[in-house]
Design a protein around this ligand. Sequence first.
Ligand SMILES: [Zn+2]
Length: 262
Amino acid sequence: MTQDFDSALPDTLPLHPQTSLQRWRPVSHSSMFDIVQSEFYEVIKEIAMLGQPIDLRPLQNAYDELIRAQSRELRQATLIHDTKESYKNQNSEIEPLTLENWDDYRNGTLKAPKLANVYSETKQLLEQDPAAFMPPVNDLKKLITALPFILQDPQSVIPDDNNTNDEIKVEGGQIELKCPISQDFFRQPLISRKCGHVVDAEPLRMHFERLRSAGRPVECPQGCQRTISESEFIPDKLMELRLHIYKARKRPHPEHSNAVTL
Ligand SMILES: [Zn+2]
């Protein structure tokens, strides 16, 4: 028994079939990302309430950095997940370790995969498609894209907005800031996830009530002749911003009100 310790041990060993590798998992920052996103929304709202066009580049740069961080986290989580799957698959195809085959694993006749190698291989595969880990376009991204346009004109149509061809919503190239039912300015605008039409919350509730009590199907109040349900309506953050800006513009300037009181 003169073998040194190193060569007495196999280089790699098969994964025990009952080892789940569950404890090896990425740290998730998704709740932190949620907080940062809501902070972003508050900043955007404050900018809208000022109602004046400002330099938005610092905000856009910070947002891009957030997206890069989310993308990195998504990639890392996928890398760990795929590595574990691949490592388990490779182990399921080799002989489980026994006293009898210990020497075969030690002298290299039998070989078990090395986790570090599987990790590197998986990483190389993922690097072939860098665009695959961009987070999906979310509401915040849409608001940041729209902000420069609506700061210029709160009723402006956003280029590449899916609603630009909607003749009902856009009249004379302007977005309507009034509810199609009440004809008042939106107070709590809700947007349909199905047709993109915007209705104010309270008039919409009454619209449902009226038609249901008459035993009639409830159609979209903007005339797209679709039967609608309450659950398809979500808060329209973009419309809220448009109204903040519109109202900020209507307010008299402080200098002006000073002049009046003098
Ligand atoms: Zn509709």
